[in-house]
Each structure stands twice: as structure tokens, then as C-alpha cells.
Design a protein around this ligand. Structure first.
Ligand code: UT7
Length: 323
């Protein structure tokens, strides 16, 4: 019997504090019009002091477990997609496991930047498909605003914090139909963090930690790459664009989302958009959009969902899911 991973519950959590474009106008030389026109973003959530990636993940996980109607002791594994871990180690997955009180099960972080949700989902899917695990908690969680340079208008308007959670369970019915992961490390100069542990921290505010991005070049690569992965996913499943009920994309920029929807000839009312409210929450974004769509009653059981993401690395990936 073939084993599939089925989504049995989702959850998400956003910090209470909201930073609007108007607030940013007081911090850097920018304006609401520019941010909305170029990105579609109106506001983003910012983690408060004491809130960390694992505490946001914990809140999202509790909601997903509740939606799945299971307790944490039924989990076999936790996979966390994040590029902003609480600590270098223990991993955010281990810190989350402690908060959930399910010690003993496997727990690991996956760092694929903005593709973190899709990468984590794919890793979890492989463990379920192979029969090794039955119930896996998949998290995408970030506190990216902690590494934002608030004096750099080209990046500080883009990012927000948040967490998403998906509970997957083995089932004889689909399920995740396929996942597709790729990376190209050759473009590390276009999108990267400025410092790291082994390459050295600096004598600068925040230890020199900031996001460096050549936005325009990343934009062009993202549009081209996402177009290709959408085709690859459809071909692998012998499907046509019209077979997809919902496109649930990474929420980096509304213009990138529009371009992917256009490629699929999908009406925007079949595309889940949260970038206006959340900004770019990196690894959290796809799961946040999925949870919102389910809770808003848009996405219904039996529908076909195409999840896709592109981010630093470069990394990119997709998941085709029968919900
Ligand atoms: O999720 C991970 C992957 N990341 C992404 O997918 C992000 C991809 N990139 C983007 O979303 C877009 O490139 C941005 C939103 C970052 C920038 O939009 P753009 O249309 O590519 O603008 P640009 O970088 O070409 O800048 C256009 C102008 C520049 O001024 P000049 O040189 O034309 O005089 C910038 O200095 O806009 C200026 N600018 C701003 N003006 C007001 C840049 N940032 C701002 C700002 N407010 N915040």
C-alpha cells in the first residue's frame, strides 16, 4: 500500500506589534505609496522583546495540534524551517520540543531561507512516505526583523515576523502528491546575511548582522525560477494549470506573485495573498498563507493546492497537495 502524508491540522501565529508603512516613513526615506506599489506590503508584525522564533512556533504548533485534534505526545518528529534560530544550538526544533513537552522524538532545523516551509514540508513528507514516521509537525518560523538594518530602506520595508505549523499524518489517501526542491549556491552574492559564526561577527551594531540583497536581480531570478518550478510540478503530476484550485505562494512581493499567477493563467481570486498584511516572513510565509486560507474557509478538503517558494541560497521549491 502506498503511503501519503495528509495535512490533518494547521496553525499560525503573528506577534501583536504591527509596523505600518506610515511608521516606516518616520524611520527611513520612504513612503507608503512606494512600498505598496513596488511590493504590495501595507504592514508587518514585529516580535516583541522576549518573543523568539521558538516561542512564535510554539503558539502556531498549539493551534495546529488543536486543529488536528491530537496532543504533542502523538508526534514522531518535528522539522522546523527557519533562518533565524533562537540560538545556534540547541536547534529551534529542540527548543520547541521542550515547550511542547514531547522529548525523545526526532527534532531538527532546516535552513533554506524563504523556501524553509516548503523544504521542511518535503523533508517531513519523505519520512512519512518511507514509513519511518507516522505523525510529523512541520514548522516555518522566523524573527527576521531581528536581523534587519533599520537604516537601510531597500530591505527594512520588506520583512516581518511570524510562525506557521502543519501537522502531517500517514494515510493511504493523498495527501502530498509531490514535492520538488532545488538550490543554486552560485548566487550567494545577491542575497545573504552579512555575518555568521565561522566567518566572524563584527564590531558593529547587532554584531554586524544585517540582510544584504540586490533586490532587482533577486526579483528577476525569482520570477523566472518560479515559472520553471510550477511547470516541473505540473508535468511530474501529469496535470494542467486548470487542475489547480489554489496557488499558495511565498509572500515576498505581490508583483512576483502576480507574475507566477499569470504564468499559470490563474485568476488572482484563486491565489492566496497575505503579503499586504504580513510582509515577507521568509520560512513562515507559505504556511501562514495556507493556514489563513483554511481558517477563512477558502481552501476546502479535496482541493488541489500548489505551494511554491524562492529565497536566499538561492533555494526554491514546490509542493502539490490534495487537501
Ligand atoms: O523572499 C526572498 C527573496 N526576496 C525577494 O523575492 C525580493 C525580490 N526583490 C524585490 O521584491 C524588489 O526588487 C524590491 C521590492 C526589493 C525593490 O523593488 P524594485 O522595483 O526592484 O526597485 P529597485 O531596487 O530597482 O529601486 C528602484 C528605486 C531606486 O531609486 P533610483 O536608483 O531609481 O533613484 C531605489 O533607491 O527605488 C528606490 N528605493 C526606494 N524608494 C523608496 C529602494 N527602496 C526604497 C524605499 N522607498 N523603501
Amino acid at each position: 500500500m502506498r503511503i501519503y502524508s495528509r495535512i490533518i491540522g494547521t496553525g499560525s501565529h503573528l506577534p501583536e506589534k504591527i509596523l505600518t508603512n506610515r511608521d516606516l516613513e518616520k524611520m527611513v526615506e520612504t513612503n507608503d505609496q512606494w512600498i505598496q506599489d513596488r511590493t504590495g506590503i501595507k504592514q508587518r508584525h514585529i516580535a516583541a522583546e522576549g518573543e523568539t522564533t521558538s516561542t512564535l512556533a510554539y503558539e502556531a504548533a498549539k493551534k495546529a495540534l488543536q486543529a488536528a485534534d491530537i496532543t504533542a505526545d502523538e508526534l514522531d518528529m518535528i522539522v522546523v524551517g527557519t533562518t533565524t534560530p533562537d540560538l545556534v544550538f540547541p536547534s529551534t526544533a529542540c527548543l520547541l520540543q521542550k515547550q511542547l513537552g514531547c522529548t525523545g522524538i526526532a527534532a531538527m532545523d532546516v535552513n533554506a531561507a524563504c523556501s524553509g516551509s516548503v523544504y521542511a514540508l518535503s523533508v517531513a513528507d519523505q519520512y512519512i512516505r518511507s514509513g519511518q514516521h507516522k505523525t510529523v509537525l512541520v514548522i516555518g518560523a522566523e524573527t527576521l526583523t531581528r536581523m534587519v538594518d533599520w537604516s537601510d530602506r531597500t530591505t527594512c520595508v520588506l520583512f516581518g515576523d511570524g510562525a506557521s505549523a502543519i501537522v502531517l499524518r500517514a494515510d493511504s489517501e493523498p495527501g502530498i502528491l509531490s514535492t520538488h526542491l532545488h538550490a543554486n549556491g552560485a548566487h550567494d552574492d545577491l542575497l545573504r546575511a552579512s555575518v555568521g559564526v565561522s566567518s566572524g561577527l563584527q564590531e558593529a551594531p547587532n554584531g554586524g548582522l544585517r540582510i544584504l540583497m540586490k533586490g532587482n536581480e533577486v526579483f528577476k531570478t525569482a520570477v523566472l525560477t518560479l515559472g520553471r518550478i510550477v511547470n516541473e510540478t505540473l508535468e511530474a503530476n501529469n496535470m494542467q494549470p486548470e487542475d489547480i484550485d489554489w496557488l499558495i505562494p511565498h509572500q515576498a512581493n505581490l508583483r512576483i506573485i502576480n507574475a507566477t499567477a499569470k504564468k499559470l493563467k490563474m485568476d488572482m481570486n484563486r491565489v492566496i495573498v497575505t503579503v499586504d498584511q504580513h510582509g515577507n516572513t521568509s520560512a513562515a510565509s507559505v504556511g501562514l498563507a495556507l493556514d489563513k486560507a483554511i481558517r477563512d474557509g477558502k481552501v476546502k478538503r479535496g482541493e488541489v493546492l500548489l505551494l511554491e517558494a524562492f529565497g536566499g541560497g538561492f533555494t526554491w521549491g514546490s509542493a502539490l497537495i490534495k487537501y
